[in-house]
Design a protein around this ligand. Structure first.
Ligand code: ATP
Length: 726
């Protein structure tokens, strides 16, 4: 049995993992896989290269397969039992930010500004006196009561909903009148509906607050469901399956015991249950990635993992720009289980009706902070709203969110709004750099190093200073000098470390193109390709492939390749310019030092401001043939800005709480704990990481733990029960 199988993975998955020579789960995998298998929402924050992709793909594959198998074997779905079973709060008949616990007896909404509501799965009609209790379990605003199926979920705001709110108001038809008294945390509100005479009354901790509403004759034939609406609050329900805390002093029937002939199922739940059948273009998992390269990589990983899974097979599909839409649509129609894609193409297919969200049970946001920072927040919320919150077989929609830089305000806000009691798998508690990444900075100081004045071979710069007078020591001159020096330093770093494989990050597409031309001018030893969004998808794919297969030495790219791209054993990376978004520093340098291999990341940091292009939304051509060198804050508005790299470096250091080691312009990395002991690109140290080795290393500890435990048990029995156990 492999280590992965030991914590519940299918042997077929275990076999594929074994073939990939993953002998032990990484830390994040060991924590996250059981949580996802257990049905939880997970926020996964772990360093770059720590194996997050496997941590979500493996349990998803397993559950998707189990579901397909159940459908194949014709097993009854659990949700149908739930609908015909006990009264609970509905997973279906609720607004999107209201969470319901799996037992259906507690509701929570963490939305501060809006009300979110829910109705129960069972309603009562015709005659009888019915009662249930709601206990406020946290601070916040709530309103409980009764509503008919057609009523708004914002209880008490239309004629079919009757609510009693924590501020001591009763409400129907948006009319809020004083009633009873205010209530809050720990109070138990009893809700009584008398269908014989139309009375609705409420109780607070057993005290009858009097008649709240009288249903007129025409409304008494409606079916009424327990209902709640919350604003940043939590409340639990007892429909009578356990004894009431304050049973009312009159004849009543607990909702749970209502006679069958007077009970109706909530129609919203029944409609949802009909979705239990398989639908071809409705996958069980949607995985959103920020770039097409990353989407393809994750999809490939799924293909590898599922290699031995059969009967039924799992069908995955890559949905990203640059792939023929017609092909994708026909594959979707033929049947698909897991979709991995980029936001734009996924939403296009949904809007076109080609991709359905009705059966989605896993909603995964990889590189979530990146997705949110690039403006996908609204789209994510739109998709989330459309996904049913409980699947056809009664499992709750699971959301998995991951990144190496998850500690961002946007992520926390989104998690509060969309996720259901999520668990953080957060190994370090803050954004951090893996120990395997040796990252250093080199100052680029054109006042100190004047070689730019006399250099024979210079990189073509971005043209920002083409019309500036640069024969004095003006800021413009120094800025141009920085650009020239950075080209020279890049070549120097390559030579000093005899780099034969490196990824080089530039700030703009133009900088990438110029760097490509410059490096190529040094001949075969500097073979390179570019990866940025102006290159056609086919060229991007080919270039990345060439680099992965070591057919070229250098990959020059913008931040499009900063996140997630996994190139095994990549030893070096160079930042020609620091990213202004500090989280991207962590991602860029994280292209090296992955999977326990050592990597060196060198960042060139200008000591003086550098004037650079910044083509915002106001630039009609978005940079193409734009030569407007006015500053973006100037009038008339231009497309340039002064880039303050020293400030960005300080921000990054502050964010990571480290001082990044500085090296001299000769690029020599001084002797320290890394040097001499490691070869960049190779494993950190020769660790006996075989599973068998691990088991034998752990065996003595497990034995002594076992002994200690049995001694503790014996002691306990002796002390408490005076029993002598041998
Ligand atoms: N259990 C394991 N044993 C050995 N290698 C592993 C294991 N899990 C993952 N890897 C390898 O580690 C590398 C990094 O994994 P992955 O791309 O999932 O990292 P990540 O945490 O998603 O990084 P990033 O934050 O940069 O996206 C991959 O090459 C992968 O094959």
């Amino acid at each position: 049995m492999t280590a992965f199988e030991e914590f519940g993975m299918l042997p077929e998955l275990g076999k594929a993992i074994d073939e990939m020579e993953w002998t032990l789960p990484t830390d994040v995998q060991a924590e996250a896989i059981p949580l996802i298998l257990g049905g939880g929402d997970v926020l996964m924050a772990a360093e770059t290269g720590s194996g997050k992709t496997g941590a979500f793909c493996l349990p998803i594959l397993q559950i998707v397969w189990e579901t397909l198998k159940d459908i194949q074997d014709g097993k009854t779905s659990r949700i149908i039992q739930a609908v015909s079973g006990e009264c609970t709060m509905s997973f279906f008949d609720r607004t999107e930010a209201l969470a319901v616990t799996p037992d259906g007896l507690r509701c929570q909404s963490r939305h501060f500004n809006a009300w979110h509501g829910c109705r129960a799965t069972k309603g009562i009609h015709t005659k009888g006196v019915y009662y249930y209790e709601a206990t406020v379990t946290d601070e916040g605003l709530c309103r409980v009561g009764w509503s008919a199926p057609g009523a708004n979920l914002d209880l008490g705001t239309d004629r079919l909903g009757f609510g009693f709110g924590g501020t001591g108001k009763k409400s129907n038809c948006k009319q809020f009148d004083d009633y009873g008294e205010a209530y809050g945390k720990n109070d138990v509100i009893g809700c009584l509906l008398n269908l014989n005479n139309g009375d609705i009354r409420f109780y607070k901790n057993g005290q009858d607050l009097g008649l709240a509403f009288k249903l007129d004759q025409s409304r008494r034939s409606d079916c009424y469901f327990p209902a709640v609406v919350l604003k940043n609050a939590e409340i639990s329900f007892n429909f009578g399956n356990t004894p009431f805390k304050y049973p009312p002093n009159c004849e009543y029937i607990a909702i749970a015991n209502a006679p069958r002939e007077y009970v109706k199922n909530n129609p919203v739940c029944s409609v949802a249950c009909e979705g239990a059948k398989q639908v071809n273009n409705a996958p069980q998992a949607i995985i959103i990635e920020p770039s097409r390269e990353l989407a393809e990589q994750t999809c490939n990983q799924i293909t590898l993992f599922k290699k031995y899974i059969d009967n039924p097979k799992i069908r995955e599909l890559l949905v990203a720009g640059g792939i023929n839409v017609k092909d994708q649509i026909s594959q979707l129609n033929a049947g698909i289980d897991i979709v991995v894609g980029t936001p734009g193409r996924i939403e296009d297919l949904i809007q076109g009706g080609y991709l359905a969200l009705t059966h989605c049970r896993f909603f995964v946001l990889d590189e979530a902070d990146g997705l949110l920072k690039s403006g996908c927040g609204d789209m994510i919320e739109r998709l989330h709203r459309q996904i049913p919150k409980v699947t056809s077989d009664g499992r709750r929609l699971q959301m998995v969110v991951c990144s190496a830089t998850l500690h961002a305000f946007e992520v926390k806000k989104m998690a509060e709004k969309l996720m259901h009691f999520p668990t953080w798998v957060d190994l370090k508690g803050e954004d951090s750099v893996p120990e395997t990444v040796h990252h250093v900075v080199v100052n680029v100081d054109p006042q100190e190093d004047k070689s730019w004045e006399t250099a024979q071979k210079k990189i073509l710069t971005d043209g920002v200073h083409a019309r500036d007078n640069i024969d004095n020591m003006s800021p413009e001159t120094l800025s141009e000098a920085v650009k020239v020096l950075k080209g020279t330093y890049c070549v120097r770093a390559i030579r000093a470390h005899k780099m034969d494989r490196a990824i080089i990050f530039c700030r703009t597409k133009l900088d990438c193109d110029n760097m490509e031309r410059f490096l190529k001018s040094f001949g075969e030893d500097f073979s390179c390709v570019c990866l940025h969004s102006d290159r056609k998808p086919k060229e991007r794919k080919e270039n990345l492939e060439m680099f992965k297969q070591s057919r070229v030495k250098f990959l020059i790219c913008t931040d499009v390749a900063a996140r997630g791209i996994d190139i095994s054993g990549l030893p070096f990376m160079i930042n020609i310019t620091l990213p202004d978004e500090k989280s991207n520093y962590v991602h860029r340098i994280g292209r090296v030092g992955r999977a326990d291999r050592m990597g060196l990341a060198i960042s060139l940091v200008a000591t003086v401001p550098e004037k650079v292009w910044y083509h915002g939304e106001w630039c009609s051509s978005r940079g193409r043939n734009c030569w407007n060198t006015n500053l973006k804050d100037e009038r008339p508005k231009g497309c340039c800005m002064w880039y303050q790299e020293s400030q960005y470096l300080a921000d990054i250091e502050d964010h990571l709480n480290v001082t990044i080691q500085q090296i001299e312009t000769d690029m020599v990395v001084p002797c320290n704990e890394f040097d001499g002991k490691v070869v960049y690109g190779q494993k950190r140290k020769q660790m006996s990481s075989g599973y068998q080795d691990h088991v034998s290393q752990m065996a003595p500890k497990v034995r002594s733990l076992k002994e200690l435990e049995s001694q503790a048990q014996v002691c306990y029995l002796r002390i408490h029960y005076n029993v002598d156990v041998m």
